[in-house]
Design a protein around this ligand. Sequence first.
Ligand code: HEC
Length: 147
Amino acid sequence: MKSVLIKLGVVVGLAIGAVALTAMNTAAQDSEPPDEHTVAMREKLEQAQLLLEGIAREDFAVIQHSAEELERLSIDAQWMHIESAEYGDYGVQFRTAVKRTAKMAREKNVEGVTMSFMQVIMSCVQCHQGTPASGEVAMLFPQPAVR
Ligand code: HEC
């Protein structure tokens, strides 16, 4: 069990690194003071990192808290603005995945949390890259059925 968790932790850790890198490329293009989107995104990154720590320590209180913070960020007014513009599907995908992560945390299902969290990370990356929100990712990381 522990070794499975450690492997999952490594995969998720690498994925978060990738999100940070693609995001930094975007950020490096302009040097103006951060606007609300940027602040919200940085908060997302921070919560995603905390969530990973929660998974690694199997601390469901931390996981649930971070997942709920991510959910809050996803319904933030500023965020809706980005969403409604051109990122609609990714925003929906992101919110569905964070909700599921919080649900899995409440159920103390660490594997469910990890799989849902992978969906969260995929939605970060997909939105940043603007790749089609197709079913491909869902096939790579099938979700545990919601009971
Ligand atoms: C619905 C689309 C969307 C999703 C989902 C999304 N982002 Fe972003 N992100 C953006 C956009 C657009 C930018 C660039 C403009 C900006 O900073 O507002 C950005 C920029 C960033 C930045 C750079 C901010 C800076 O310092 O300039 C970080 C970090 C970031 N995102 C992290 C994340 C993380 C972590 C997730 C997932 C937990 C995530 N994002 C999910 C759209 C998204």
